[in-house]
Design a protein. Structure first.
Length: 46
């Protein structure tokens, strides 16, 4: 996963808040959400 989009803490977890994804980042965000081993990330669209 892209550490810019999904920062990882010292324990190996990523803690994200709700945010708007820039159009040029959409593909990487989708790939990151699908790659999450815990299926803990949710992508919603307006």
């Amino acid at each position: 996963m892209d550490p810019h989009l999904f920062p990882i803490d010292d324990e190996g977890y990523s803690c994200l808040g709700e945010r708007v994804v820039a159009p040029e980042e959409e593909d990487r965000v989708r790939q990151g959400v699908l790659a999450c081993p815990e299926s803990a990330l949710i992508l919603t669209e307006d």
